[in-house]
Design a protein around this ligand. Structure first.
Ligand SMILES: C[S@@+](CC[C@H](N)C(=O)[O-])C[C@H]1O[C@@H](n2cnc3c(N)ncnc32)[C@H](O)[C@@H]1O
Length: 219
């Protein structure tokens, strides 16, 4: 995978400090490096992303465990054969192992510990029927979105009739910036649905009452 020097530099230092910082789980949220990584109000949005990622059944890849909300919905799907989750943070990995102990004891759910940047290059082309990408920026004030570098990997890892979705960070539609990057990665069938959400006033990362759930296919 080709990543720019800027991204490589950002990755190496931020990866190191991310895994060293303790994760704080509260009843409704996950905080790492004292910023809001995930909150429970996203429940219905996660349900929609999981429904998209499992719509073809088969093998599903999920990047970012967080509170395990989308993982729970993916696991509920009767159609899927396998569910691989990639998560890098040691405290989050611990939670995943506790929360999904029974599921992880089977071959159906597999937890891969580490950064997707190190793990996905080990996975063969066209392995997955569905991919759900929901990582997060590992530093505040970064000038690019964490999901853009994954688009070419998503294309490579997806079967020809597979479907890719991701936390879009967009409220009403897929913007030209995302469309350009998705098309450059090779995706031509780009649709979305709108999910209504009600983030609490204390939520620092989302202020809108809707979020785009992308439905991205190759053809
Ligand atoms: C927003 S949360 C995921 C929320 C999840 N979808 C849920 O339903 O709870 C993002 C997660 O991605 C993980 N993460 C961030 N960057 C990553 C990377 N490069 N590789 C693997 N995991 C990453 C974080 O540690 C965090 O647990």
């Amino acid at each position: 995978m080709i990543i720019s020097d800027q991204l490589r530099h950002y990755s190496e230092s931020s990866h190191r400090s991310w895994v060293k910082t303790k994760a704080v789980f509260t009843k409704n949220s996950l905080l790492i490096k004292s910023y809001q990584v995930m909150q429970r109000w996203e429940n219905n949005y996660m349900k929609s992303l999981a429904a998209i990622a499992t719509s073809k059944g088969g093998n599903v890849l999920e990047v970012g465990f967080g509170l395990g909300i989308s993982a729970g919905y993916i696991e509920q799907s009767k159609k899927i054969k396998t569910h691989i989750v990639i998560e890098c943070h040691p405290d989050v990995i611990k939670q995943a192992k506790m929360k999904f102990k029974r599921q992880l004891a089977t071959d159906r759910m597999i937890l891969r510990e580490g950064f997707w940047e190190d793990i996905t290059p080990q996975i063969s082309d066209k392995t997955f029927d569905g991919i759900l990408f929901d990582s997060c920026p590992l530093e505040s004030g970064v000038e690019f979105f964490q999901f853009f570098p994954f688009f070419t990997e998503a294309y490579r890892l997806l079967k020809d009739d597979g479907v890719f979705t991701y936390f879009s960070d967009e409220a009403k539609k897929i913007s030209p910036a995302h469309l350009t990057k998705l098309k450059k990665a090779g995706f031509h069938n780009i649709k979305f649905k709108i999910c209504k959400v009600r983030p609490p006033i204390t939520c620092e990362y989302w202020k809108h009452n809707s979020i785009v759930a992308p439905i991205i296919k190759k053809l």
